[in-house]
Design a protein around this ligand. Structure first.
Ligand code: FAD
Length: 360
């Protein structure tokens, strides 16, 4: 056990609550400090539905909590690159709801934390975590302020997002992704729990004209229409040779703040879950936690190299290549069905580097 039995955790998101739950079960006195007035994070982000490739059973075992009721396997995954459509049948993707609603994974984790005696204080916007007593875990996700304060390398991602209510069961498990000239990244939509969330983001500026072009692409490809778009900005960890990182001084980093996020597709769910468990371990065995982080991110550097390569390509060339890969049956057959996480960025059981790393 660490010197103090009291642990502070900043941020009641995925990784913060996974760490809190595991530490409370080990007998620690855990206090979670959350910026907003209730569970579920910023209203600019949530309620929302997130899609992620993941090997769920393995992850539940690893993080010590079964979240299967809150993750549904996608029933279809259609990708649209310009006018081309690619339906990925065995896609190994899952959808979860985020935010304050009872059907959201955040809310469930909060209830489980309460069951094991974790305490929460809301409306606590922590500015300087370095002043806090050790051990403290910082798990503030994609928010700018903490990344800036800790001088973490970050990339500004402008986001347009919208959500609509569905009829019970309507489009359950439907995942769509769109790519085109309107963004250097992509847009996606995911539906579950009678909620369809859609967004698109870029690592460059987005304009209303880009939004109009995105709307046109969505309508032409699927017939779907969305209005009530909101704009916000999130800050993703910039892929770098030494990310993810577990410590800043004596403070423990967790989740997206720690860089536990895919540098290619910006998937962050599995990274947050797994790194929450590692952050808990760092409280009482920092060396083991460092070694564990190294182990589960052993494919990260290959992914980072692919990302750097892809950044050098013109956007159109990149999309052309992606279409070629998806169209060609031979290459299509080589595409891995990721068992645990895309590109093994943060993966409890990293296997060999996926073959398609070289093709991006
Ligand atoms: C709109 C949107 C869509 C996304 N879609 C996907 C997707 O489809 N697939 C995917 O894999 N990932 C997606 N992500 C990324 C994913 O949500 C994150 O990677 C993941 O939530 C990170 O978990 P975390 O525990 O690090 O942070 P979070 O779960 O975001 O939790 C951080 C918590 O810290 C709190 N906080 C922030 N600053 C402070 C402070 N100063 N003091 C106290 N509390 C603070 C926040 O309010 C929040 O509750 C998306 C993100 C957004 C915003």
């Amino acid at each position: 056990m660490a010197k103090s039995n009291k642990v502070h955790i900043i941020g009641a998101g995925l990784s913060g609550m996974i760490a809190a739950y595991n530490l409370a079960k080990e007998g620690y006195d855990v206090l979670v400090l959350e910026k907003y007035g209730k569970i579920g994070g910023s209203v600019a982000h949530h309620p929302s539905t997130h899609g992620t490739p993941m090997g769920i059973e393995y992850i539940w075992d690893y993080i010590g909590i079964d979240l299967s009721k809150y993750f549904m396997a996608s029933t279809r995954l259609d990708m649209f690159i310009y006018e081309d459509k690619f339906s990925l049948i065995e896609n190994n993707n899952f959808i979860c709801e985020r935010g304050p609603r009872k059907t959201a994974v955040d809310r469930y984790l909060y209830d489980k934390c309460m069951e094991v005696g974790v305490k929460f204080e809301f409306n606590q916007d922590i500015k300087d975590p370095l002043d806090m007593p050790d051990p403290t875990i910082i798990a503030t996700g994609l928010h700018k302020d903490m990344q800036a304060f800790l001088q973490r390398p970050m990339t500004r991602l402008p986001v347009f997002a919208s959500r609509r209510k569905l009829n019970p069961g309507e489009m359950d498990g439907h995942l769509y992704a769109w790519m085109g000239d309107y963004t250097r990244c992509y847009g996606y939509s995911a539906a579950m729990n009678d909620l369809q969330f859609i967004n698109f983001f870029s690592d460059d500026d987005l304009t209303v004209i880009d939004l109009k072009n995105y709307e046109k692409h969505i309508e032409k490809s699927t017939g779907l229409q969305f209005d009530n778009w909101n704009y916000c900005e999130v800050y993703a960890p910039t892929a770098s040779a030494d990310a993810p990182q577990l410590f800043v001084g004596s403070k423990i980093l967790s989740g997206s703040l720690a860089g536990s996020m895919c540098p290619i597709a910006f998937f962050g769910i599995h990274g947050a879950l797994v790194s929450g468990k590692i952050a808990a371990l760092a409280v009482y065995d920092p060396e083991k936690a460092e070694a564990e982080l190294k182990r589960v991110t052993s494919n990260y550097q290959a992914a980072h190299k692919a990302y750097v390569k892809s950044k050098r390509m013109a956007h159109k060339t990149k999309l052309k290549l992606q279409r070629m890969v998806l169209k060609h049956p031979f290459w299509g057959g080589l595409l891995p069905k990721p068992k645990y996480a895309i590109a093994g960025i943060i993966d409890p059981d990293p296997g060999p580097i996926p073959k398609y790393m070289g093709t991006i």
